[in-house]
Design a protein around this ligand. Structure first.
Ligand code: PLP
Length: 408
């Protein structure tokens, strides 16, 4: 008899976006003329930068001619892209990462989801609350979390990220083995400074733990004091894996390209305490289960690093940051506490004592604007909603005008 993986029955969180969709559909049906503005889901709206489009086209043309045709490429990514990434994103910031430590993939969602399979099922996992749900759900699927009760999985060590600690995850009070961090953060928009990140690196080194550092929103960092990579912190290479994505940097959410950095000195241990090379393990996994990102997409990703690509992607991210600044300004004027939106596309708004779903309904019904209720990202998200800057500027302006009228 074919049997299911029973861990899947413990999953909870698909509730969030289906519940949002249900409420939006019901409102739209009752108000067919209302032009609902979505500031909920974190998808980009602007077209790909011209430099990427040109490289994409040129890549397709190469596949159209016999001499330049390409079949399977290296699973880890073409050297031209891995070398460019290592030079621009790391070596230029004094982070000593070489191309052999870069694994190109079709998304940080898959990479942050898949990496956990390198580790034992009985390790302790520390997960921020609120959190990008992929980290939690993939550990549920793998059977690491125990059962769900009163909004929490019994086997997970939650790290509350609340106003009283500047929305930085609280250090675990018990030993943990695998630590998920995400900065700039989804959903809170919080960032982490060098000192705080150094403390996490020290914590991981002291505990022989591993940090999974999700930097999918790195390109939104404009404050020079903030680290762009965990490898800017001394000692991080032995204890951290980093995830980057072209999705939000260059509008690749539909095109799909990302990469994961696994340093060659990064270690995990077997049950006898012997150290193992994580770069080799991830390489084994990647080459067995993944067959590479398409050549034209990798050409388009490499174009991000050309002088034109750098200017165009900066302009693209600046466009969303301008939206974020407008949202922040209007939310401030309305007297609501918030964080994020300065080095991040997300603004995490304190609902002023209202239940998050009630506040969601208020914005939907009174303003026709969709946001994301905080509890969808974890128990500590109660009392907050996430407003996303990913939309066209005129729509964001219209949405904030309407919100102002509704709750001002
Ligand atoms: N990591 C975080 C924190 C995200 O918010 C997202 C997407 O919203 C991803 C990863 C996924 O990125 P990708 O499009 O590369 O799969």
């Amino acid at each position: 008899m074919i049997r299911i993986n029973e861990n899947y029955r413990k999953l909870q969180s698909s509730y969030l976006f289906s519940e949002i969709a249900k409420r939006v559909a019901a409102f739209q049906e009752a108000n067919p003329d209302m032009d609902i503005i979505k500031l909920g889901i974190g998808d980009v709206t602007r077209p790909l930068p011209e430099a990427c489009i040109q490289a994409f086209h040129a890549g397709v043309d190469e596949l159209a001619a016999g001499p330049s045709f390409k079949g399977y490429g290296p699973e880890q990514g073409y050297p031209f892209l891995r070398e460019t990434i290592a030079a621009h994103d790391f070596q230029a910031r004094n982070a000593d990462i070489d191309p052999g430590e870069i694994f190109v993939s079709d998304g940080s969602k898959c990479d942050t989801a898949n990496i956990q399979e390198l580790f034992a099922t009985d390790i302790k996992v520390a997960i921020p609350d609120p959190v990008y749900p992929v980290y939690l759900d993939t550990n549920v699927m793998a059977g690491r979390t125990g059962v769900y009760k009163d909004g929490r999985y019994g086997g997970v060590v939650y790290m509350p990220s609340m106003a009283d600690n500047g929305f930085l995850p609280a250090f675990p009070e018990e030993p943990v083995d695998l630590i998920y961090l995400c900065f700039p953060n989804n959903p809170t928009g919080a960032t982490i400074g060098r000192d705080a990140l150094s403390q996490w690196v020290a914590f991981a080194r002291d505990n022989k733990a591993l940090i999974l550092f999700d930097a999918a929103y790195e390109s939104f960092i404009r404050d020079d004091a903030l680290p762009h990579s965990i490898y800017e912190i001394e000692g991080a290479k032995e204890v951290a894996v980093e995830f980057r994505s072209f999705s939000k940097t260059a509008g690749f959410t539909g095109t799909r390209c990302a990469y994961t950095v696994v340093p060659k000195v990064c270690r995990a241990y077997d049950s006898d305490g012997a150290a193992h090379d994580l770069n080799a393990l991830w390489n084994r996994r990647h080459t067995t289960k993944f067959n590479g990102v398409s050549y034209p997409v990798q050409k388009a990703a490499a174009a991000v690093y050309s002088p034109e690509g750098q200017a165009q992607t900066k302009a693209l991210v600046d466009y969303y940051l301008k939206n974020a600044a407008l949202i922040r300004e209007r939310i401030t004027n309305l007297g609501y506490d918030h964080i994020g939106g300065e080095n991040s596309p997300y603004i995490w708004v304190n609902t002023g004592g209202r239940n998050a779903w009630d506040f969601f309904d208020l914005l939907l019904h009174q303003a026709g604007v969709v946001c994301t209720p905080g509890p969808g990202f974890g128990r500590c998200g109660e009392g907050y909603v996430r407003i996303s800057a990913f939309n066209d500027h005129d729509k964001v302006e219209a949405a904030m005008d309407r919100i102002g009228k509704a709750i001002g």
